[in-house]
Design a protein around this ligand. Structure first.
Ligand code: F6R
Length: 611
């Protein structure tokens, strides 16, 4: 949700900023802009992608050793040149880039209008930069103090970087709610919304905490709170590898990430599953097994695809550990005065670790005394820092906006937690425990087999690329997979798709079925196999088109469905990890065939840091 990048040092800032913006473009691509400081401020901004900005300023002066850049996901005001960041204050003293939302911007705007300010854009950010300038000009003070005072007056979220013309050797960065990382080089500093623009220059970083402010010169970094209390910087080492953020020969990040799943899952369980598959070790939960065992209830909070992984988690925990689970959308949980007991355990699932609604849900759970654990992919992200304990998914950076490998890595982590908890609680036998660990260990190899069906999946996709609607059905562990399949299709191909528990079809959706309705059915052999076979027959009886994901060698569904995609056999609790693969590939191919931007679907952003 908006990417921001900044540089101060001896190098030319422009190439660093542009490259950084390209890396951050997954966070928003409505417009892009940069400001460079060399004697004066040179500001360029443009509706569209970073490449549009680059072309537009190809012949302009782009020098300067200090600069800031922004790639936008529009919140206030339509995507156009005027609303693009950076924004400047009326007298041109301050230039800002901002990620987040200033919730009280309308009131502040009215006050500033009364003081004689006028606005060129519809954005909350322009209000903030003018507020800073107003405070700065009213009394004599440093730019940093003006920023701090302004921030005490705003409600909402921000990750921002400010340049003041009167202090041309300084960048001021601040954070509340929206992430900011500072990279420490030799006589230079890098600032960004995440570490991807920084990693090729330095591995040493500082993650800002909420209400931290950093005053950065080429040879000095001061960290303090917005209340002016100095903070000792905690320098962390990045584990991210530069190779992980390239397409590595694939046409799209999404395709690369789909193909990375065998590796991502193996990395996620490596060192956690014993080599002989007899036990699971989860270091991140070592201290808190007691809380998990005592938990009266587990509440899973998440959004989007992570919420679907949470649904799989519900089936896993209830089936094996016999603990009741509720799966909540962060956005609903936070606003409905939820009942939370002190002996509840809350598990927050998030790829980015920055999703605003999930973070807010965590805070409510903590205020009510529950223990909160995280399942996150991005190391050092806000959720990892606000939770009591957690288990990382080691999927590696996920750049494609549609989540793929993060989902399977999340399900892998939830499987390990559920099995380990069940083993602790003795709600499954040791034999069953070890049998499932062994089966989990075999999943990467089986995913390779599912990926090998790509050409067949492409041919099926071709047939349904021009349809306007699709239904996805599944039962039990596979119902969340149906939901996830539908989400993947709609978000990247803009085809309307809905996922349902297969039995629910009779309660309404069946009315939609005719010869124009493709129905994707996740129907591998499990405890409700006979039931789903009946559901496929019901679809066929109404002339629907049935495309079934089935277990290798299943001849029954083969005879009924229009198309089948066979995946290797695995225990039903692990089937989501395999069956989701063809659905991801179908969405990818259909989106591509429809000419959609697979990695950057319209209206979306990867990291949803606003509510
Ligand atoms: C869908 C997708 C989103 C995210 C959701 C939560 O493909 O990517 O639905 O899953 O925005 O994001 P995280 O997991 O970062 O909290």
């Amino acid at each position: 949700m908006c990417g921001i990048v900044g540089y101060i040092g001896k190098r030319e800032a422009y190439p660093i900023l542009i490259k950084g913006l390209k890396r951050l473009e997954y966070r928003g691509y409505d417009s892009a802009g940069i400001a460079l400081l060399k004697d004066d401020i040179f500001l360029y901004k443009k509706k569209g992608k970073v490449s549009d900005l680059e072309s537009a300023i190809a012949d302009s002066p782009i020098q300067g050793n200090i600069g800031i850049g922004h790639t936008r996901w529009a919140t206030h005001g339509e995507p156009n040149d005027e609303n693009a960041h950076p924004h400047q204050s009326s007298n041109g003293k301050f230039t800002i880039i901002h990620n987040g939302i200033i919730e009280n911007y309308a009131r502040l705007r009215d006050k500033l209008i009364k003081k004689g300010y006028s606005f060129k854009s519809e954005t909350d950010t322009e209000v903030l930069v003018n507020l800073i300038e107003y405070i700065y000009l009213k009394e004599t003070m440093s730019a940093e103090m003006a920023v701090r005072l302004a921030l005490t007056k705003v409600e909402g979220a921000y990750g921002l970087v400010v340049i003041c013309n009167d202090e041309p050797d300084t960048l001021i960065a601040a954070r509340k709610g929206s992430p900011l990382v500072i990279g420490l080089g030799q006589g230079e500093y890098f600032i960004a919304s995440d570490a991807t623009p920084i990693v090729e220059y330095t591995k040493n970083v500082i993650y800002l905490n909420d209400e931290d402010i950093a005053v950065i010169k080429t040879d000095e970094l001061q960290l303090k709170t917005i209340k002016n209390t100095p903070i000792k910087p905690a320098i962390k080492e990045l584990t991210l590898d530069i190779g992980e953020i390239d397409k590595q020969g694939y046409d799209h990040f999404m395709l690369k990430e789909i193909y990375e799943q065998p590796r991502a899952i193996a990395d996620t369980f490596r060192g956690r599953i014993y080599r002989d598959c007899t036990d699971i070790h989860l270091g991140g939960l070592q201290q808190v097994w007691g809380d998990l065992e005592k938990a009266r209830r587990i509440i899973i909070v998440a959004c989007g695809t992570s919420w679907h992984a949470g649904l799989v988690g519900e089936y896993l925990f209830e089936e094996f550990a016999r603990v009741p689970v509720e799966v909540e959308y962060g956005s609903e949980f936070r606003y409905r005065n939820p009942i939370i007991y002190k002996d509840d355990v809350v598990i927050a699932i998030s790829q980015s670790g920055e999703t605003a609604d999930t973070l807010a849900a965590i805070r409510i759970a903590k205020e009510n005394g529950a223990k909160v654990f995280g399942v996150c992919n991005v190391v050092g992200s806000s959720i990892t820092r606000e939770t009591d304990a957690g288990v990382y998914t080691h999927a590696g950076p996920e750049i494609g906006v549609a989540s793929t490998k993060a989902f399977t890595a999340q399900v892998t982590v939830l499987t390990m937690i559920a099995l380990k908890l069940a083993n602790h609680k003795k709600t499954i036998t040791t034999e069953k425990y070890q049998e499932l660990i062994k089966a989990l260990n075999e999943i990467p190899e089986k995913i390779e087999k599912a990926l090998a069906l790509n050409e067949q999946i492409k041919l099926i996709s071709e047939k349904y690329k021009d349809h306007s609607n699709a239904i996805y059905l599944g039962r039990g562990f596979l119902f969340p997979v149906a939901m996830e399949g539908a989400l993947k299709l709609k978000e990247i191909s803009y085809i309307h798709a809905e996922g349902y528990p297969a039995a629910e079809m009779k309660h309404g959706p069946i009315a939609l079925i005719d010869e124009n309705m493709p129905v994707f059915i996740v129907a591998t052999k499990d405890s409700s196999y006979d039931k789903i076979v009946s559901n496929i027959r019901e679809v066929k009886a109404r002339n629907g088109v049935a495309i079934a994901i089935i277990t290798e060698g299943d001849t029954v569904i083969k005879d009924i469905a229009d198309h089948i995609i066979e995946v290797p056999e695995t225990p039903e609790s692990l089937a989501p990890l395999l069956t989701v693969i063809p659905l991801q590939l179908i969405s990818y191919h259909i989106a591509l065939m429809r000419g959609c931007n697979v990695d950057q679907p319209r209206n979306l952003a990867k990291s949803v840091t606003v509510e």
